[in-house]
Design a protein around this ligand. Structure first.
Ligand code: ADP
Ligand code: MG
Length: 243
């Protein structure tokens, strides 16, 4: 077990408004962390700050990745170092085929151009395991994809990039039963003793097959409470006011 991410007293603003007001968090390898909290509590802001989205300004505090302070690392450097964030509503990209998009993303993250043959094999294998028809590799990214298919293409990206720290923002994506199953299976396959997952979700079922090690409840830019996965049951039953 090694430390993957450590956040000390993190304050984040958008423009003049302070959104995160002193977050402390430690994530070790092999752990699944769930972030819950009502809409607008700052969950997505936290992930965006970890990914160095320039809209979100860190005004105070530290972000350490594998023991190294990364506050001034830009997004691409963090991605190359193994930090990944999925988006709630991935954009459709007309004119870019899914297979090409993934190959380019892989090249950016690994710094090497993967051989077409090797990449094709890997892609086929992962698409098969997601039951995503092989014709999808030649379809434009997310254009005309159903909710479940978008989710599959996002998970495909996770599998292909194989990051050390995966951050999945599932909040508002209106996951149907099928998508919930896809995501939960993918996380289960992905997590091992070298990796860590942070997932934003309101769906307890999403983590039915995977044990969440920690559940954090965010409120007004602070972590109000941290517990184990029984916290999810209580929140589902009693709502956030209870915390
Ligand atoms: P959550 O993901 O918990 O629903 P967010 O992190 O998206 O919450 O948002 C927290 C607060 O920060 C909200 O009040 C939201 O309006 C504000 N906020 C987040 N992103 C932006 C942005 N890009 N521009 C302006 N305000 C933002
Ligand atoms: Mg959000």
């Amino acid at each position: 077990m090694t430390e993957i991410l450590k956040i000390n007293n993190l304050h984040v603003s958008v423009g003049e408004t302070e959104i995160l007001k002193g977050i402390n968090l430690q994530i070790n390898s092999g752990e699944v962390h769930v972030i819950m909290g009502s809409n607008g509590s700052g969950k997505s802001t936290l992930m965006n700050a970890i990914m160095a989205n320039p809209v979100y300004q860190v005004t105070e505090g530290e972000i350490l990745y594998k023991g190294e302070k990364i506050n001034d690392w830009p997004t691409d450097k963090r991605a190359r170092a193994g930090i990944f964030m999925s988006f709630q509503n991935p954009d459709a990209i007309a004119g870019v085929k899914l297979g090409d998009f993934l190959r380019q993303a892989k090249e950016q993250v690994s710094g090497q151009r993967p051989s077409i043959l090797k990449f094709s094999k890997e892609l086929n294998k992962e698409m098969e395991s997601l039951k995503l028809d092989e014709t999808y590799r030649d379809r434009y990214v997310n254009v005309g994809f159903s909710g479940g298919e978008r989710k599959k293409s996002e998970i495909l990206q996770l599998k292909i990039l194989n990051p050390t720290l995966a951050m999945l923002d599932e909040t508002d994506s209106g996951l149907d039963v099928d998508a919930v199953r896809i995501v939960s299976k993918a996380i289960k396959e992905y997590i091992n003793e070298d990796k860590a997952v942070i997932i934003i979700t309101h769906h307890r079922e999403l983590l039915e097959n995977i044990k969440a090690d920690y559940v954090h409840v965010l409120k007004d830019g602070k972590i109000l409470y941290t517990g184990d996965d029984s916290l999810m049951d209580k929140i589902e039953e009693k709502g956030y006011e209870w915390v």
